[in-house]
Design a protein around this ligand. Structure first.
Ligand code: SF4
Ligand code: SF4
Length: 432
């Protein structure tokens, strides 16, 4: 079992209302609330104290753990508080609160890094604070910390298969050359001979732009991918662009691949050129209550409410999602801070967000047919309800990647992905 040889998945309505829109920089917020956990891995510890003045790009949180990413100030101003509070992930974490002075003064030590070796490159990637910007939030330095030649393929993810989200598309159109330069830097320092860029066929302008700029470069190939969700899932895009299968229990590195998101590579190139670490992130703001749906560049730590005020609301949203409708998370309030991994804010009214009533399973098998991992969601759901941990293990529940295709395809409106998430937690707890 493992990744299906012929990609399953579901055909979702794209609703890419902001396609073709440029990325607009947001005005500087009055205050930013910068969480010390914005990535998978070890949290950072603040390295500033209340009363300190800071500038844009200044280090404010760091960690000595291997899988982590430093955190930098997105505004110039004064550290007003260091607080403990609930973050968008539902955990109590430390945040550094900075009152902006409105000047956006850049730290004078922000300079392009000098890179003469792989070691220098890995150090620079670490200092950039960049994490996976497709939504996962895995520190980029953890990906590039390998021996030269250990992987032979770099896969660049430009699929952007989630409905509504168009920010990667906007980045591919506005920063095509930067993405290519970032790719070449990764290939050079990690000694990776080939790169495959995967882009869904609903972005022909981006595909054409890459093909035009890459003409004559046999090392970097652009793939036009079918429009099917979850085409952008790591295991799926590896298979679709290289034919390599990342089976259960494996990671991309096991099949000689590293996967990076297009916006992550663009940010990396900007860091290599300027030395400015990751202090903002571009995202799509959309949904049926948003007055001016658009792509915006938001300073890290900006409250969601400031972003929504900038884009305007027709009415109070009933549901706020961070990320897309398939894999995003609903948040109960609009005062959470934007972190590096957020690629979208979607807001919907009550009528749109209403969940239809669940009915009995009719054994139609659509959830199985739609699962890209070849799992059996209906059986997993039953085993979860019985709290049968052995059955859950046999059903390989831990290999679910939370894509939501099973819930989407179920005519009985069963909350399969929600139950499977809980089932995974149950198995993990039992393992402990
Ligand atoms: S959420 Fe998990 S079980 Fe459901 S379709 Fe996706 S991978 Fe399969
Ligand atoms: S898709 Fe829904 S109704 Fe069909 S088998 Fe799966 S759980 Fe049952």
């Amino acid at each position: 079992m493992g990744l299906s040889r012929h990609l399953k998945g579901v055909h979702v309505k794209h609703s890419k209302n902001t396609a073709g829109m440029p990325i607009i920089p947001m005005p500087v917020p009055e205050r930013v609330y910068i969480p010390m956990v914005q990535h998978i891995g070890a949290p950072c510890t603040p390295v500033v104290k209340v009363g300190d003045t800071v500038k844009v790009g200044q280090l404010i949180g760091n960690s000595d753990q291997r899988i982590s990413a430093p955190v930098h100030s997105s505004v110039s101003g004064t550290v007003e508080a260091i607080t403990q509070g609930m973050t968008q992930y539902g955990r109590v974490d430390t945040s550094v609160v900075i009152k902006s002075d409105g000047k956006q003064e850049l730290l004078d030590t922000v300079l392009p890094p000098e890179i003469n070796s792989l070691e220098d490159f890995v150090k620079a990637v670490r200092n950039s604070g960049i994490v996976g910007l497709g939504g996962a939030g895995f520190p980029m330095s953890g990906k590039v910390n390998i021996k030269p030649g250990e992987v032979d393929v770099l896969v660049i993810n430009g699929a952007e298969c989630e409905p509504y989200i168009t920010v990667d598309h906007a980045v591919m159109l506005s920063y095509t050359q930067d993405i290519i330069d970032g790719i070449r830097a990764v290939m050079k320092w990690l000694e990776i001979p080939q790169c495959h860029i995967g882009i869904e066929s609903n972005k022909p302008d981006a595909i054409a732009r890459f093909n035009e700029l890459l003409a004559g470069d046999p090392a970097i190939k652009v793939h036009t991918l079918r429009q099917i969700y979850p085409q952008g899932a790591e295991r799926v895009i590896i298979y679709e662009t290289t034919g390599r299968i990342v089976s259960y229990g494996m990671i991309p590195w096991n099949v000689g691949c590293i996967v990076m998101n297009v916006t992550s590579v663009m940010k990396l190139q900007h860091f290599l050129r300027t030395g400015l670490p990751m202090v903002s992130r571009c995202m799509t703001v959309d949904g049926n209550v948003v007055l001016h749906p658009q792509n915006v560049d938001v300073p890290i730590g900006t409250p969601i409410s400031d972003v929504l005020e900038f884009c305007g609301l027709k009415e109070e949203p009933k549901k706020i999602l961070l990320g897309g409708p398939m894999m995003g998370r609903a948040v109960p309030r609009d005062d959470f801070a934007i972190v590096k991994a957020n690629n979208a804010i979607l807001c919907f009214n009550e009528a749109f967000a209403q969940q239809r009533k669940e009915t009995a399973c009719i054994n139609c098998g659509r959830c199985v047919a739609g699962c890209p991992m070849g799992l059996m969601p209906a059986k997993i759901s039953r085993a979860f309800k019985d709290k049968d941990i052995e059955a859950l293990k046999e059903l390989n529940v831990l290999y679910c990647m939370d894509c939501g295709s099973c819930s989407y395809s179920c005519p009985a409106r069963k909350q399969l992905n929600f139950e499977i998430k809980q089932a995974k937690a149950l198995v993990m707890e039992a393992k402990k």
